[in-house]
Design a protein around this ligand. Sequence first.
Ligand code: HAM
Length: 420
Amino acid sequence: MKYASQRGTRDILPDQIRSWQFIEATARKVFESYNYAEIRTPIFEQTELFLRSIGDTTDIVSKEMYTFTDKGGRSVTLRPEETAPVVRAVIENSLMGQGELLKLYYLGPMFRYERPQAGRYRQFYQAGVEVLGSADPLVDVEIIEMGVRLFEELGLKDLEVDINSVGCPDCRPKFKEALKKYLGAKVGSLCGDCQKRLKTNPLRVLDCKEPKCQKAVDSAPSSIEYLCAACKADFEKLTGYLEQFKIAFKVNNRLVRGLDYYTRTTFEIISKSLGAQNAVCGGGRYDGLVEELGGKPTPATGFAIGLDRLVMVLEEQKVSIPRADRLSAYIVTMGDAAKTKGFEVLRGLREMGIKSDINYQGKSLKSQLKTADRLNAEFVVIIGEDELKRDIFVVRNMDKKSQEEVKFDDLLATFKLRSE
Ligand code: HAM
């Protein structure tokens, strides 16, 4: 019996991990420099949390959740996203200070039972931020700018920021009605799912990926036309700031996003290097969610970046990834006594933080040296019976192909000098 990873999941192997570590380290650095603090929440939550927040008629909730009953009879769900868990954690742990802004970030796996394709997985990874406590569009600008800055730090090009406003509970019903009316006349040209969506959640027709539905919504009314005075003023402020700070953007009237909690600002960052799944970052404002989940009314905004897609863009654009440090020393020994001596030296090198390893297999000298070559070791320390007797090591410089004899007592000092 051979086992394989589950459909839509994959192993990230050692030769790919540098890109991931580079992205994760850069994301942490950028988020921390904007004064965001990391939060980690459990991988699974009570199912109800996602029904209440993402919305039970969205694709995520109605089709894509990994939901199961645990041995205690509770319905739990692997998190399909991290905004709702963060809001739950903020309320549960009373993290909101009076009148304070809470700025959080996270990195981790999410789970959606989607049809796998390039850039779309069932277990995928996000790096995201959430800011709670301000309705100021300047905060939206801060996070959009932070996303753009992160992509710049990574050396990415050809990105586009799309923005929109989906209004608030005051003006959205009017937009929904107009959309319903418009789509009602085209019901025959919608996919089966969208015919249902038209009744339950017409906004979701706008982000259906079916070509015929995209065609049907081509000249549908846009949410911007239906904004109330307050939402309109808010959107004008947002675009005004973006212009003032020279953050390039495009207004995209179709950008309603696939989650129900959004209010006002929605945005995505698109990579022109990717195919159909080209959104590398998606986010927006969710001013009603904290209250909906049982907290005090608290405006909030945030985004999540899809790391799997970011890795693809990095590869596509051939961005050079900082390489792992080279192995400084590889210890090659002949015979048991030499191996034990070698291990002692290894411990000393590691204590000094020098990247080093030893050959445990006890193969021939030639084969051990071959391994050292494959590992790209800078130096090889050789200990055989003769060296043991003479109280010396042979240290071979693998680049210069030269070697010297170093006294047992001097070896660590020699490496220490070299690493300083
Ligand atoms: P989302 O648009 O569902 O938003 O996901 C954000 C990003 O995660 C997407 O733009 C994409 O890059 C990546 N992503 C989503 N699904 C997959 C998948 N199946 N495979 C690979 N990558 C994927 C959210 O999750 C919101 N929680 C974002 C947010 C935070 N809004 C406010 N705060």
